[in-house]
Design a protein around this ligand. Structure first.
Ligand code: TYD
Ligand code: MG
Length: 481
């Protein structure tokens, strides 16, 4: 009885239109303003009924071949890699691009996706591999002009402007030697077998699946470009994340010349690894020492600034955290955060008020991670707290001190990973002191501090606030009487 009903339901649903969220791919039976699955607004789009897709999966399961099961031990060597010629990109990929892998590169329009991929593809081509670049967004002439500007026009890169998936697949099937294929962008491709417009989830998914299948069978590395728009109107590359081996996001705002390439998924390497680039007249140039870059514009002895010793992927990175308190114009005070989590800021302010007696009161609070980096590590708590306390008391933090440590709700300061790497980076950049969580001996060994670094280990956030407390907290609205 149940089975019959389920089948009936399935057949009914097949004939009706379905509404697919263009951001996350969730399917809804009817149109609604907001997708229940991901919470995005106005992302549902009607898609053609699935009638043409043949019998459901239930009808297909019979008659398969036996799958070979093997042991865990084997002779699989680490995958060979093709260096892209851009060491920062290689680092994010986990040491170069893996043949027969599929990589998605996402990011806002204009952030530099086409630029970096043209640079990488041209260098791979120049190193003797066959590399192909398919542009669906720009004409061949435009890509040539960019190559000329980047000084790459001599590279033996095979370039084509095409958007019809059928043509692209037919061409790639005739390629014997291809090592790398770049598709810029997946949202411009279309498969004529589908009714949906290019850029819809159905098209993006079908085109990507076909190209990935081809990459796996023919052994070339595939790089797909995908746009993310703030409005989420284009099919977000989020639906592709499940299909590819690695997803890299290009971050940074266009006002800044820094670009950060971050691996959010990587089957062949570490995630959260970042590559730092600078957008220049001649394309993206690597920044081998990001800490120096992020701290370059720092001005010592201003209140509301603290240096955070962070870890991005496997690399320590120092950044400046800036906080500003300004008397609120009335109503509820503003909390504006760039580069950090606003929920985390609210929590930290509550802890400072409840556990450390700091009154931030009716001030507007602005928090900024300088240089355009986005930090997700809880270890930044202590640096953010230091910046806030410094801003509230109008006393600068010591410009030669770095901060790191996680803060709990009772105000306790918790251990974070890789303390030694953070301290070494601080020392390398000329810092002389660090405020950090109380360290515990592990396996009978107390973690060593690099020479010349004065360590202040604290167990509670109040220990951070105390040295600032000599002066009264300013900007507190005058109390009556
Ligand atoms: P692009 O790679 O076209 O971005 P995307 O493919 O992500 O949309 O890069 C666009 C921006 O980069 C554009 O505003 C111009 C700038 N740019 C430079 O500053 N220098 C360069 O050498 C190049 C090629 C682009
Ligand atoms: Mg582009």
């Amino acid at each position: 009885m149940f089975l019959f009903r389920a089948d009936e339901g399935g057949r009914l649903a097949k004939d009706r239109a379905r509404y697919v969220c263009q951001a996350c791919g969730a399917v809804h039976p009817k149109w609604q303003g907001r997708c229940d699955a991901c919470g995005e607004w106005n992302t549902l789009q009607e898609e053609a009924p699935a009638a043409a897709r043949g019998p459901g999966p239930a009808a297909k399961v019979a008659g398969g071949r036996r799958v070979e099961f093997v042991g865990l031990q084997g002779s699989s060597a680490p995958p060979p890699r093709i260096p892209t010629g851009l060491p920062e990109l290689d680092r994010v990929l986990g040491g170069g691009i893996v043949p027969a892998s599929a990589v998605l590169v996402g990011g806002d329009p204009g952030i530099g996706k086409s630029t970096i991929l043209l640079q990488a593809a041209a260098r791979i081509a120049a190193s003797g591999h066959r590399a192909l670049y398919v542009s669906g967004e720009e004409a061949v002439e435009q890509v040539r002009l960019r190559a000329l500007r980047l000084g790459l026009e001599k590279a033996p890169l095979a370039l084509a402007a095409a958007t019809a998936l059928r043509d692209i697949v037919a061409s790639l099937e005739q390629e014997q030697e291809a090592a790398l294929v770049v598709i810029d962008s997946i949202q411009t491709l279309w498969l004529d077998a589908l009714d949906s417009a290019p850029g819809t989830v159905a098209q993006v998914r079908a085109c990507a699946a076909e190209l990935i299948r081809l990459a796996k069978t023919r052994g070339f590395a595939l790089i797909l470009v995908g746009h993310v728009t703030k409005e989420g109107t284009l099919a977000g590359p989020r639906v592709l994340e499940h299909m590819v081996d690695a997803t890299l996001y290009f971050e940074g705002d266009r006002g800044h010349q820094f670009r950060i390439l971050r691996a959010v998924k990587n089957r062949f390497g570490a995630t959260d690894e970042i590559g730092v680039f600078e957008m220049t007249e001649r394309g993206l140039v690597e920044v081998p020492n990001p800490s120096a870059l992020f701290l370059a514009e720092r001005r010592g002895n201003v209140s509301g600034s603290a240096v955070f010793a962070g870890i991005e992927g496997t690399r320590p990175v120092l950044v400046e955290v800036q906080a500003l308190l300004a008397p609120s114009a009335g109503g509820s005070p503003r909390r504006q955060v760039v580069g950090w989590d606003s929920g985390r800021l609210a929590m930290l302010m509550a802890v400072l008020e409840a556990r450390c007696g700091l009154t931030l009161g009716m001030n507007d609070v602005y928090l900024n991670i300088a240089g355009g980096l986005r930090i997700a590590e809880p270890a930044a708590d202590l640096a953010v707290a230091a910046a806030l306390v410094s801003a509230a008391t109008d006393r600068p933090t010591d410009p030669e001190t770095v901060y790191f440590g996680e803060v709990g709700l009772s105000g306790e300061v918790r251990q974070v990973a890789q303390a030694e790497a953070r301290l070494r980076e601080a020392q390398k950049l000329g810092f002389t002191a660090s405020v950090l969580p109380r360290r515990v001996a592990r396996g009978g060994r107390t973690p060593s501090a690099p020479d010349g670094l004065r360590l202040t280990e604290i167990g509670h956030l109040a220990d951070l606030v105390a040295p600032f407390a000599g002066r009264t907290v300013r900007k507190e609205p005058a109390k009556a009487g």
